[in-house]
Design a protein around this ligand. Sequence first.
Ligand code: VG1
Ligand code: CO
Length: 542
Amino acid sequence: MIRTVSTTPYGDQKPGTSGLRKKVPVFQQQNYAENFIQSVFDALEGFAGKTLVVGGDGRFYNREVIQKVIAMAVANGFGRVVVGQGGILSTPAASNLIRKRKAFGGLILSASHNPGGPHEDFGIKYNAENGGPAPEKLTDAIYARSKVITSYKIADVGQVDLDHTGTFEVGGIKVEIVDPVADYAALMETLFDFDALRALFKSGFRMRFDAMHAVTGPYAKEILERRLGAAEGTARNFVPLEDFGGHHPDPNLVHAKELYDEMMGPNAPDFGAASDGDGDRNLIIGRGIFVTPSDSLAMLAANAHLAPGYKAGLKGIARSMPTSGAADRVAEKLGIGMYETPTGWKFFGNLLDAGMATICGEESAGTGSDHVREKDGLWAVLLWLNILAVRGESAKEIAAKHWVTYGRNYYSRHDYEEVETDRANALVDALRAKLGSLPGTSVRGMKIASADDFAYNDPVDGSVSKNQGIRILFEGGSRVVFRLSGTGTSGATLRVYIERYEPDPARHGLDTQAALADLIKAAEDIAGIRSHTGRDKPSVIT
Ligand code: VG1
Ligand code: CO
């Protein structure tokens, strides 16, 4: 039976950088998830009889919301729902399934790197038929709908068994439970030289992969250990837990510190990596070297042709604005296009669909390619492995040679988390107000060449996205960028991105924070971070 349930709108269902993210108790309010799901369906057209893909990163509340999605998909007229077994689908695997099944779209349930549990975070994101995150036009329409919604439709179908694969009839439509790993692993086999990787592991190559108790565990076990023959124990923390073991599934130097320490220690494995809650991020640490995500993007782009899936070369590279310019130098050398987009994967979709870019990346540990329309953590790890296998060199050697060829972009991000929202906004407002007066002035002996609030003109559909981050560019190519996070769920997070280009190989061995010390002080002088936020140091440095 299909019921129309009356409801009242919540005013706070505006999707952020990557979907709607809130604390679990917010999502557990009466009709909260239903309102948002119905708002998504109401903002779409033409899905009658078509396929919807659903899955999530396994965090607390995942199963409950999947049941709601199935019941509402039945009531709203979808023809088929494809669900990852156990409710599990990594974000890139969901993107792949949407594309492979020619689905109308998909709902991905995740708050990514944010912690999970009854009092932590949950999230819902809609991806369109290209497998990529809904563009701004659609997320705006979803939000607008959520503010005026008066009812939603739901079918009484009882609890659907999510744990056994197969196709079932539910409320007159088909519900198909699929192995979350199989299609994804098959796609990886088409892109990378699995024989070469098997030979690499057979020769004694040792690796650690930290799944952080999140969604990539089953993927890493299957691909790295079973298919590629890496030693058992290569994948760590590989059982997805509803609360990620109480940790932040955020693959950075703070939350993956154990991995970092192991990779820097004596008798370190050859290669280390980690992924986040929903499997779209990657952290790369070679023996004795942390590779910043911005550098990783550049190094992957420079070497991608060594993997079978990219042997024809790249069409172009895209990076988010705060990501360092290291990849720009690679694009220049390769003579291919370079695109600078706002933060968030949704801005890469058009470039990938139009065949203008092949590889994309963000400083926040996200890298991906046109194989799906999301960033992809394990993909990046496999591309690194393929490059290591072909070159027969360590990550450290590859990085050092890369810097000799292209110069080194010292890069760091300083996050000030859970700042009072009003104070964070005041900092940004004050910065904006003085942007016009900054060019030509000097701070700490460095002359400001330009200062603006980044706006993006999408070269494919002509849409314009304003206020995407304040950037202060210094003569010589150094810069600091300020923006507020769009994924947090309490207070505001100020992100300060700091970058300095160093062409001289004799100066490529510096400590990153030391190499950036002047710029870090300049950022404070320009923005008054201490006085505005009341903090004397960042909460997280990556
Ligand atoms: C952050 C990152 C951004 C990334 C986004 C989603 O956004 O900075 O690069 O695309 O998270 O990634 P923000 O607005 O908090 O800076 V994920 O892995 O959380 O889906
Ligand atoms: Co993520």
